[in-house]
Design a protein around this ligand. Sequence first.
Ligand SMILES: [Zn+2]
Length: 455
Amino acid sequence: MSARSLNSGGDAKGGFPAGGLLGLAVMAGAAGLGLVLAWQAGLFGGGPGAAARRSAAVYASALRAEHQAFTEVYLRHEARALRVGAGETLAGLLARAGAEQAATNAAMASIVDVYNPRRLRPGQEIDLFFLREGDAAQLTGVAFRSEPGATVTANLTSSGAFAAREVMMPLKFEISRIAAPIEGSLYATAMARGATDREVAALADAFSYDIDFQRDISPGDKFELVFERFYDDAGDTVRTGELLFLSLETRRGARAFYSFQAPGDARGDWYDADGKSARRFLMKTPINGARLSSSFGMRRHPVLGYTRMHRGTDFAAPTGAPILAAGEGSIVRAGPFGTYGNYIRIRHANGYETAYAHMSRFARGMRAGARVHQGQVIGYVGTTGRSTGPHLHYEVLRRGQQINPMNIQVANGRNLSGRDLELFQAERERIDILRHARDSEATEAAAPNARAGAL
Ligand SMILES: [Zn+2]
């Protein structure tokens, strides 16, 4: 933040033609600061002779006077950081900060040329710079992060107008490896270590066939993500590229998947070390599981697993969370259905059906006879029918009888073979080398400390 303030001051200085009153003040302030630093660094310590000492004393007193004048100018520059309030516009924020109407208008007129201020979200930080003259404070600069990796600055020029520009910050790239125990929730843990929504959603997606995300994930379970990461000077993730590897270790066991696109496939998929697809006939968690492992709703109403009495699985989730078709099939029923509320039932192969209840609403096109593919959004979580709070009630039926989704025994999923398997094994090896390279980096970083400890 302070680096950006200084940059912004530098920009303002550069923007002024020589002789501009404000420009001189800012330059004087900056020069004064430089002299103070030189003074403190002992650059004007004086020579060995008396004359030299005298002239050094004169020079020092001159410097002190200059220093005082410059410091006063410098101190008149005020930097403030404000956060955008709920429903607040950028112009509103400038007014709240004490900017005059004319300066606000001039700043806004320049900013809209490079950025749409409506894109600002509540809570975002805006840096403001003022020149204080007695009780009045003149707005001289505005700066904020316009998007990850980019900053918008607007600076007052000597003509009284503002000049705005958007600056892209240079990004660094790495293959990032996160291997950590889950603390609180999988989602929060991954985010705190530099992953984004994309990686966490992909992990939840790949494991939705194996794992009941509401009941099978507990604190201390381990996960790993290996992905391409672009980050800024502050180390913050700006964007991520390809996701290469993911694994999850729960009480149901450990599984790891490698990203691989077989020749002729439209897109990549997840395969275990033996080349078996992560996909299965039906999902065990037909909802984005990444956020389910958090404590959301757990305390608000009972979240039941499959029992003989209950005959379904409940997932507590916020109203509006997308519900996914657990497998490919055709809809046999979509509409209100007694205590189930808004309800969809899908017929799959092999005599299986799945049912989804209490939806707030249906996705477009959901009616009897419609085909759905696995993972397609069919509706949204709600609390219609007999329900104590927003949740998805999910049933798997086999020949008309509800069964426990954890007990589905259908051999399926793709197994790579032949040339595809050879290509996959080469790719798996490359990914493992990248993973282990991250391992050795971590080891090397730890080693010097270990040696120091031994001394
Ligand atoms: Zn239920």
